[in-house]
Design a protein around this ligand. Structure first.
Ligand SMILES: NC(=O)C1=CN([C@@H]2O[C@H](COP(=O)(O)OP(=O)(O)OC[C@H]3O[C@@H](n4cnc5c(N)ncnc54)[C@H](O)[C@@H]3O)[C@@H](O)[C@H]2O)[C@@H](O)CC1
Ligand SMILES: [K+]
Length: 521
């Protein structure tokens, strides 16, 4: 699904009107009609049908007037409250306002005029939020903020036009105060504010409506890819019926140290569950016995131990030897932050030419010597930081990362010529040539240790199976979250463990597959 900023949507509107001769009035009519259809689909069968429409002074309000007219045509009782004076409404919105019976319209430019609105809401079937859309420019204050409070406490289903009022369409952030909607109908393409948190949560169920914008305007607009179920399904490749393990790739995972053998085991076992043909997990020799127990399908490879259960430079030669011919190499989960381990990671990342996935303590090692990324031999490097690791890599604070996740991920990806997968609620995947994908799966139950190790294993396995790097990251991030969603559907969100997500991966693949189940004769 395509996602754009509010500013891009305004350019798309402009191009549609100027280059294709489709008027703003037509777009507004279509927008209002699509919203009305969605309302009728949801509430058309209720016996008492009263809509209270709260409109702002701009075109979002204009959509609200169209909805008012069309719902009245369907026999609804409609009341429109406009948070502005009558002289403030202009353009297409004014034309649609004139089409309404003046008796149903009340202007509420100041707080004192809001009591009628509150009274009217008491017996409403639903409230339509047409206060502010992509034109929101600043923090919501004054009478707009009070109306948002009224909407949020009224206890009625809330239908948001384009985006919940108060959400910044370019970031999903709440500008001062925002409406909490049950459902949002957005137009032509989703806005970032519809899919990024907290906007995504405040919008409720999202529908993207076709308002007659030419397909080329939508496809050619600068934007982002939202990886939802349909998009992930398109990425999943069927496996050849004659496939053998040699076709499915051999991945090497270099991981683990004393106290963190679980990270190595989860990465290795997740690579198995994500379909790698063969998995070798390279660990410090003193941990081999426990690794043999924690992994069954994966082969463990004991490496020279620097001391009590961590790797140092003595492991460099054996790693280079065993990595030869591997389809992918993952390095970092639980590998420790010992100085000698960090030096080893830096040398290995510098010298290996296999596709690399670098996570966790591996990223810490790179933060201490970022130049390695510029001098490395491998043409495919995927970094999978969480916001704290990203902050270290970029030399900024975690708060700064969270302020502009897409921008920071994009910048670092271009700077180091790597695919940057920035984890979090709505994982961002950035490529050096400027592509950005946003993952749509996952749930708060994933906020627990080990989830990143599972993702590393999934990515290592997908790359080993021959997926192109960007496709592997999009599909891998989706499967990771989708598997957790399947676990949550069964067990609930709280208490989900990373191993649960690992073990549900085959079900996630199965649910995503377009293939019929194999028939056995
Ligand atoms: N041709 C078009 O441009 C179309 C626009 N459409 C609708 O129009 C919306 C965008 O319309 P507009 O650009 O008129 O803007 P909005 O209707 O989103 O904003 C309304 C007005 O609020 C003001 N404003 C900004 N921040 C504010 C704040 N914090 N507090 C109070 N007022 C604030 C702005 O100055 C603007 O005049 C879209 O979200 C969509 O709903 C649709 O009708 C489809 C076609
Ligand atoms: K709105």
């Amino acid at each position: 699904m395509k996602v754009v900023t509010g500013a891009t949507m305004q350019l798309m509107d402009k191009r549609t009107i100027e280059a294709f001769g489709i008027s703003g009035l037509t777009l507004m009519e279509n927008a209002g009609r699509r919203c009305t259809e969605a309302i009728m689909a949801e509430f058309g069968s209720v016996s008492f049908r009263k809509a209270v429409i709260l409109a702002g002074k701009g075109n979002n309000g204009g959509d609200g007037y169209v909805i008012a007219r069309l719902l009245m045509e369907q026999g609804w009782d409609v009341r429109v409250f406009i948070v502005a004076g009558s002289d403030e409404i202009a353009g297409d919105a004014a034309i649609n306002l004139q089409r309404l019976d003046t008796e149903i319209v009340t202007f509420c430019p100041v707080t004192e005029t809001l009591c009628q609105c509150v009274t009217s809401l008491a017996n409403a079937t639903l409230v339509v939020d047409a206060l502010l859309g992509t034109g929101l420019k600043s923090e919501v204050r004054g009478v707009y903020a009070e109306v948002i409070d009224i909407i949020n406490v009224c206890g009625k289903p809330v239908f948001a036009v384009d985006i919940p009022s108060g959400i910044d369409a370019g970031s999903g952030k709440v500008l001062g105060k925002a409406v909490r909607a049950h459902m949002t109908v957005t137009f032509a393409a989703a806005k970032l504010g519809n899919v990024l948190y907290p906007g995504a949560e405040l919008g409720g169920r999202l529908l993207v409506a076709d308002i007659g914008m030419p397909a080329e305007v939508v496809t050619e607009a600068a934007g982002f890819e939202f990886v939802d179920y349909d998009a992930a399904q398109m990425l999943l490749q069927p496996r050849r019926k004659q496939a053998h393990k040699g076709d499915c790739g051999h991945t090497l995972i270099i991981a683990g140290s004393t106290g963190k053998t679980g990270a190595a085991a989860m990465s290795a076992n997740s690579a198995v569950r994500a379909g790698a043909g063969l998995v070798t997990v390279a660990i410090p020799a003193s941990l081999n016995a426990i690794m043999e127990v924690k992994t069954t399908e994966a082969m463990s490879l004991p490496l020279p131990d620097a001391d009590a259960g961590f790797l140092g430079e003595a492991a460099y030669d054996p790693i280079m030897a065993v990595a030869a011919g591997k389809a992918s190499v993952a390095i970092g989960p639980g590998i420790s932050r010992n100085p000698s381990t960090s030096v080893l990671v830096q040398r290995v990342v510098n010298d290996l030419d296999q596709p690399l996935i670098i996570d966790a303590d591996g990223l810490h090692a790179l933060s201490e010597n970022r130049e390695v990324l510029l001098h490395r031999k491998s043409s495919v490097v995927i970094l999978t930081p969480h916001p704290g690791e990203m902050a270290n890599l970029a030399g900024i604070t975690t708060a700064e990362v969270e302020k502009d996740r897409i921008g920071i991920a994009g910048d670092l990806s271009a700077k180091y010529n790597v695919i940057l997968l920035l984890k979090g609620a709505r994982t961002i995947i950035a490529t050096p040539d400027g592509e950005i994908a946003i993952n749509g799966s996952g749930n708060p139950g994933m906020a627990s240790g080990g989830m990143g190790d599972v993702l590393t294993g999934i990515l290592a396995a997908l790359i080993a199976q021959g997926y192109a790097p960007f496709a592997a990251c999009k599909l891998g991030a989706f499967l990771h979250g989708f598997s957790a969603d399947l676990v949550a559907a069964e067990k609930g969100e709280i208490g989900i463990s990373a191993v649960d997500v690992q073990e549900w991966l085959p079900y996630a693949f199965k649910k995503l597959s377009r293939e019929a189940l194999p028939m056995h004769f």
